[in-house]
Design a protein around this ligand. Structure first.
Ligand SMILES: [Zn+2]
Length: 133
């Protein structure tokens, strides 16, 4: 059974997109939404301080016969702390904007976002732990 929420969202975006209907506007707004997420995260680090980034090279022991699960344990996300409620709200809003323009772009290209989600989920299920991206 198909999840109607995604289809409803995509249809709502179709109805709600009035001003920026051109594919050029939608693509640039889509890209801008990704940039705004990065900017919001940077502000969480440098202005608010609720999270910090401590990045270094991932060091995987050489010569060890490690499973992919063990290798995963050596791969860091470089993120410390948790988003405060204010930063979480800002980033959620920006993620929402990204979803909006993802749906808008999909509408213009006659792509069903839910079908894409199903395909990606099947890929993840098939690849399991071997999915290394
Ligand atoms: Zn914060």
């Amino acid at each position: 059974m198909k999840d109607l929420l995604w289809d409803e969202f995509q249809e709502a975006v179709q109805q709600g997109l009035v001003r920026h209907r051109s594919v050029l506007d939608v693509v640039s707004k889509f890209q801008e939404a990704g940039v705004r997420i990065s900017r919001a995260l940077a502000k969480s680090v440098t202005v608010c301080g609720c999270v910090s980034i401590n990045a270094q090279k991932n060091e995987i022991p050489q010569g060890a016969n490690l499973s992919l699960q063990e290798i995963r344990s050596y791969m860091h996300d470089h993120l410390n702390g948790d988003l405060c409620p204010t930063c979480r709200e800002v980033i959620e809003e920006e993620v929402g904007r990204l979803l909006f323009y993802t749906a808008a772009l999909a509408n213009l290209l006659d792509i069903n976002v839910y079908d894409v989600l199903i395909k990606e989920n099947k890929k993840l299920a098939a690849l399991g732990v071997y999915h290394m991206s």
